[in-house]
Ligand binder design. Structure first.
Ligand code: ATP
Ligand code: MG
Length: 430
């Protein structure tokens, strides 16, 4: 590469004697007159550059004297073993080029051990990511995406991309953003629900990773107005089948990330590994247990965040809650027999809902009845419903909040930590 011959993390005592070109950012400068120390870092690590009067060029020493934190430099020098530097190695500089100067002082302190408020960090997100602990969250995000793609491709799923510009609600009408579209008003997709269901006719097993929008004035640490979702839909499968797929995928992600040596070393404390079968509780069991623990939950109501915090007393880590009452689930979820429960599940991690899914209703008349019962007009869904009379197979699937999964795996308390540039009611920059 033009500016560097190796990453700084690759500089090792074994490379002693080699002349290399390194590039990165200034971390620290210490000028003791006859000897000057320059700490240079990139995303892989940092190394000490040691200038010694007499054995290094005077002009190189002068350049070091002008440097401040985060100036961007390229250093050509010889790698030497060192008994005093932390990594047992240092670089004796031949040339130092300043590639760009940084404002001094920086608008945000980027030292790992300085704690800065989340709002300031988000205002300066690219600087925030120069700290290893924050960068790591998004390295895990990237690795998780790679693991997910590998998992589904290996199982014969097709990756699909469905529209974000839509004309009808997918999850009920209330929380849609309206957008000007030439001379009409259209909506931003809340989920790929209707499209992925239609696609099981031709492709049978599909998955999609995408960004979706919900127009509610949320005020929470787990909701954003724009979020990333991982969705699957599978023909000839039911709720139990797609729960197994989800469990296998969670286990695969866990072991993939722990196998990635670069991540695993630095992740030891924060990453929550899932290794065994994930416990399953029925909604009714959870409600009974909650009522035994002094809460007042009626069968048929959704579980509040207070309820879910209480659930921690008997369910920890990752678990499923299944068989939700009809009233708590959207119109496309299938009824279990004639009763009032559905073939549905939520996948939870502590008090956090990470994923919702279940068997879908494939009978057009039943879907129409469910739409009417939830106050929606089946005619608005004609573009979707028409396919249910053309050979729609039984099918099941789920939608998983990808940022929430990252929150859960990394033990983060605010979803904004798990989104590079979060969008909430108040924040639309940077
Ligand atoms: P919640 O009850 O937490 O508001 P939901 O049941 O409305 O979520 P679903 O429609 O089931 O959400 O969406 C599937 C998944 O997408 C959720 O389990 C969650 O992980 C994620 N998700 C939904 N809404 C948001 C949001 N506003 N911000 C971030 N993730 C979300
Ligand atoms: Mg849900």
């Amino acid at each position: 590469m033009k500016y560097k011959s190796m990453d700084i993390g690759q500089v090792s005592p074994e490379a002693a004697g080699r002349k290399e070109r390194l590039a990165g950012w200034v971390d620290e400068v210490r000028d003791l007159g006859k000897i000057k120390f320059l700490l240079v870092r990139d995303r892989t690590g940092s190394v000490q550059v040691t200038w010694k009067k007499g054995s290094c060029e005077e002009s190189t020493g002068e350049v070091i004297g002008t440097l401040h934190q985060n100036d961007v430099v390229s250093v050509v020098g010889t790698i030497e073993r060192s008994t005093v530097s932390k990594r047992g190695v240092e670089v004796l500089p031949e040339q130092i080029h300043v590639l760009n100067r940084a404002k001094h002082p920086l608008p945000m302190d980027i030292a790992e051990d300085i704690s800065t408020g989340l709002d300031v960090r988000l205002d300066y997100r690219p600087l925030d990511l120069m700290r290893p602990s924050k960068r790591r969250i998004f390295e895990v995000f990237s690795e998780t995406i790679s693991a997910v793609r590998g998992f589904f491709h290996a199982r014969g799923f097709a990756e699909v991309v469905t529209p974000r510009i839509i004309s009808a609600a997918t999850e009920g009408g209330a929380n849609l953003f309206n957008v000007r579209y030439f001379d009409r008003t259209v909506n931003l997709a809340q989920s790929p629900q209707l499209y992925k269901e239609q696609l099981v006719m031709g492709l049978e097993k599909v998955f999609e990773l995408g960004t979706y929008f919900r127009a509610e004035p949320f005020d929470s640490t787990r909701h954003l107005n724009e979020f990333v979702s991982l969705d699957i839909e599978v023909a000839f499968a039911d709720c139990g089948d797609v729960m197994v797929i989800l469990q296998d995928m969670i286990l695969a992600i866990s072991s993939e990330i722990c196998r990635n040596s670069q991540l695993a070393d630095s992740l030891a404390q924060e990453f929550r590994k899932v290794s065994g079968p994930i416990p399953v509780y029925k909604y009714e069991e959870v409600v009974n247990a909650l009522n035994e623990h002094g809460m007042k939950v009626n069968f048929g109501s959704d579980l509040s965040s207070e309820d879910l915090k209480k659930v921690q007393q008997f369910a920890e880590g990752a678990y499923f809650i299944t068989d939700w009452p009809t009233s708590t689930k959207p119109f496309y979820i299938k009824q279990r027999g004639e009763g009032d429960v559905t073939e549905s599940f939520d996948f939870m991690w502590g008090p956090l809902e990470v994923c919702s899914g279940g068997s879908r209703e494939e009978n057009r008349d039943k879907i129409e009845k469910k739409l009417l019962a939830s106050g929606m007009n089946p005619a608005t869904f004609e573009e979707h419903l028409k396919f249910f009379a053309c050979g729609m197979p039984p099918h099941a699937g789920w939608g998983l909040g990808f940022n929430r999964l990252l929150m859960a795996m990394m033990g983060l308390s605010n979803i904004r930590e798990a989104v590079l540039y979060p969008r909430d009611r108040f924040r639309i920059t940077p």
